[in-house]
Design a protein around this ligand. Structure first.
Ligand SMILES: [Zn+2]
Length: 181
């Protein structure tokens, strides 16, 4: 069932400092292309860009067509530094937890990005789409194609899967959490 949350619900699910819950780790970017957007700064030139799916009237759409999207970007205009998310966060029950997991992972990936040795540009994080290394992330220069290194966490588990159908899915989520801490 689609969770019809509002702007307050959404902002309440965004990350805060674990030692001081009044300390927000995000910045509001306002309404962009009809939906509220947010940024979680990681370091200069790297942030997580969040498209909330909350419309300008303050409510998420009543149907399932829009999802929450988070990706690593260079600036507050959302210039991507990573593969666009292939698994968007669907707004069914439990979206807060899935978003938190995805933000932790993106934070970890984004914090490893650095500029190319030959260009002033930040390298990008890409995810392997198929093959034995499927879902592993690596860092590469988008200008000269220099392949730098694998990024950790090495494997991105499908965090946006529908509510667990099998017991194994729950265990996978637990192990991601442990790695992220
Ligand atoms: Zn380069």
């Amino acid at each position: 069932m689609i969770d019809r949350f509002d702007r307050f619900d959404f902002e309440s699910a965004l990350p805060v400092d674990k030692h001081d819950v009044n300390q927000r780790l995000w910045k509001p970017l306002g309404v962009i292309d009809g939906e509220y957007c947010y940024a979680v700064p990681i370091k200069p030139g790297v942030l997580i860009y969040i498209r909330s799916s909350v419309r300008s009237d303050g409510h998420a759409a009543g149907n399932g067509e829009d999802s929450i999207r988070c990706y690593i970007a260079a600036d507050q205009t959302g210039t991507p530094l990573s593969s666009k998310p292939s698994r968007w966060i669907t707004r069914v029950n439990g979206w807060e937890k899935r978003m938190t997991l995805q933000l932790r992972q993106l934070y970890k990936l984004g914090s490893q990005l650095k500029p190319c040795d030959k260009h002033p540009a930040m390298m990008h994080a890409f995810r392997v789409k198929q093959g034995v290394n499927k879902d592993r992330w690596f860092m590469k220069c988008p200008i000269c194609g220099h392949w730098d290194s694998w990024l950790t966490p090495p494997v991105a588990k499908p965090q946006d899967a529908p509510p667990p159908a099998q017991p194994a899915a729950g265990q996978a989520v637990t192990s991601i959490k442990r790695r992220a801490q």
